[in-house]
Design a protein around this ligand. Structure first.
Ligand code: COA
Length: 134
């Protein structure tokens, strides 16, 4: 088990073209460039509808190479519990400490993430909040 956890922390896999297309779509919808700078993932959960990705939750390495969460749902599919479902499935697979940052302006995310055990640590470069789940 310990060995598996060490491996889980090291590996980064490349996104498929469908996953890259989804991240591009989210970047345009949110007007946020960050989605285009995620380099790969260590763990990922996809949710599809009619063969198309509508939600993606994963662990990547960001900021000083710490394991960090990314999660997004297509604009038309929000408010139906998709994010809750994919995050809960991801956390069944990812058992190591996990960081995330969110934009302060998306203040509703604090409650969403706290339900999954993430706790606020610090403001992060002005516009964001850094959280951790241990
Ligand atoms: C954040 C995001 C992934 C939520 O996806 P979703 O599928 O709509 O989320 P869910 O339907 O599972 O809702 C989760 C909870 O958050 C709440 N919530 C989600 N969006 C909300 C909003 N805009 N305002 C207030 N509450 C919101 C829901 O009410 C729900 O609360 P509940 O568990 O008490 O019912 C989605 O809005 C998204 O992709 N946003 C753009 C990308 C992004 O900002 N990702 C986070 C980066 S840190």
């Amino acid at each position: 088990m310990k060995q598996k956890n060490v491996q889980q922390g090291c590996k980064m896999k490349q996104f498929s073209s469908a996953q890259l297309e989804f991240l591009k779509q989210i970047s345009l919808q949110e007007k946020e460039d960050d989605w285009l700078r995620i380099l790969g993932y260590s763990e990922i959960i996809e949710k599809k509808s009619n063969g198309k990705i509508i939600g993606l939750a994963g662990v990547t390495k960001r900021y000083f190479l710490i394991p960090s969460l990314f999660i997004a749902v297509s604009k038309n599919e929000r408010g139906e519990g998709v994010a809750s479902e994919i995050l809960s499935n991801l956390l069944k697979k990812w058992k190591l400490p996990l960081f995330l940052t969110y934009y302060k302006k998306k203040s509703h995310l604090e409650q969403f993430y706290s339900k999954f055990g993430f706790r606020k640590i610090l403001p992060w470069f002005g516009k964001r909040i850094l959280c951790i789940k241990v």
